[in-house]
Design a protein around this ligand. Structure first.
Ligand code: AMP
Length: 361
């Protein structure tokens, strides 16, 4: 029996454990927050990153350690690496924790991305507006997710006001994209890869609402080649996702996530092997499973609201996932995957889910 240590105890850690327990894996979670939703599925260590750094032995019962989110102290990870294998290798987080470095890696690998400029002062902001045009998107370089730390500056005064709040920022050209899509890939330490089909994504207010699996998407080859390039560059092991904008037939990488990803949740019921199982397989050194879809599948996030599971159960092909988190506005508290044998049936089932969520899907 092998024990996997997971840094973080949120819904991604929970879904990793739900995939790993049937494989005979055990879990220990480390998180600074008590009462995390994954904790009921293994042993929990409540410890801030400084205490993991001071005593990485708190995770010594694990055979291998992975993570479910990106804002983890690198120093703690490097200490941990001295006593246990950490997979993927933490160096990718040094890049991921700074949006500027993330963009620079895209450029160095010839992965197209929206034009950008670092902004540390009002003067930088004015120059960025000249070069990139207005409106532009200002993002905090660190700790941004789900649209947090992000504003669309429409004019110079708004731009200057946003910059005056301080901090290191990244300005990006505002992309009037035709659609957003992502590809989730898995790589093993010995360099074999598999890629899930393209997922087409709809965000509202910076938060993912809906992900549709699009088998045979014309952008799959190009997008998965970019995911492969990133994974090979980092000698990556595990699941990694890249989100793209499509504009006028071309792709622009928005960001990568070195972990299991919300746009891959449909794979639990919609693919031969889920992204969670495949991440664990890569982490413990097993062969990855097939990433082929098994049906038409769509995932709908439940944000700040959960329908009654018995109502979801009445919709054929709908699968409810409740994360066990307190309900708060803008918070992802669950998701529903809808599956069907045909596109027409899928749309009908999605309309029924939309009625439960009180929004069109
Ligand atoms: P992010 O925090 O980078 O994942 O961005 C969250 C969402 O904001 C994206 O999925 C897009 O819908 C939107 N967004 C981010 N960057 C841009 C951009 N440069 N142009 C237009 N929309 C953007």
């Amino acid at each position: 029996m092998r024990t996997v240590g997971i840094l973080g105890g949120g819904q991604l850690a929970r879904m990793l454990a739900l995939a790993g327990i049937p494989l005979g894996l055990r879990f220990v979670f480390a998180s600074p927050q008590p009462g995390e939703c994954a904790f009921e599925l293994g042993r929990a260590v409540v410890a801030d990153w400084r205490s993991v750094e001071a005593d990485p032995g708190v995770l010594a019962e694990a055979d291998v350690v992975t993570w479910e989110f990106e804002n983890i102290s690198l120093r703690a990870l490097r200490r941990l690496e001295k006593i246990l294998p950490v997979i993927p290798s933490p160096e990718i987080l040094a890049v991921k924790q700074d949006r500027l470095r993330e963009k620079q890696v895209f450029c160095s690998l010839s992965i197209p991305t929206a034009d950008f400029a670092p902004v540390d002062s009002a003067e930088d902001a004015r120059k960025a507006a000249e070069v990139l045009g207005l409106p532009l998107v200002l993002k905090t370089r660190a700790h941004g997710y789900d649209g947090k730390g992000q504003v669309i500056a429409r004019d110079i005064s708004h731009l200057e006001e946003s910059v005056s709040r301080g901090g290191h920022l990244l300005a990006e050209r505002f992309v009037t994209f035709d659609r957003e899509l992502s590809v989730v890939g898995v790589r093993t330490a010995d360099g074999s890869h598999r890629f899930y089909p393209v997922t087409e994504n709809i965000h509202r207010e910076g938060i993912l609402r809906v992900s549709r699996c699009r088998p045979d998407d014309p952008k799959w080859h190009e997008a998965s080649e970019y995911v492969r390039r990133l994974m090979d560059y980092f000698g990556y092991a595990g699941v990694l996702a890249v989100e793209f904008f499509e504009k006028d037939g071309g792709l622009l990488a928005n960001e990568f996530s070195p972990r299991v990803h919300n746009t891959g949740h449909w794979t639990i019921e919609g693919a031969e092997t889920s992204q969670f199982e495949n991440h664990l397989r890569a982490v413990v050194g097993w062969e990855p499973g097939s990433t082929a879809p098994v049906a038409h599948a769509v995932m709908v996030n439940c944000i700040g609201f959960l329908p009654a599971p018995e109502d979801v159960a009445r919709i054929p092909g709908a699968h409810m996932h409740i994360y066990g988190k307190a309900i708060r506005p803008r918070r992802k508290v669950g998701h529903i995957t809808v599956r069907a044998g045909s596109q027409a049936l899928l749309e009908e089932r999605l309309r029924a889910v939309g009625r439960l969520l009180d929004e069109a899907v």
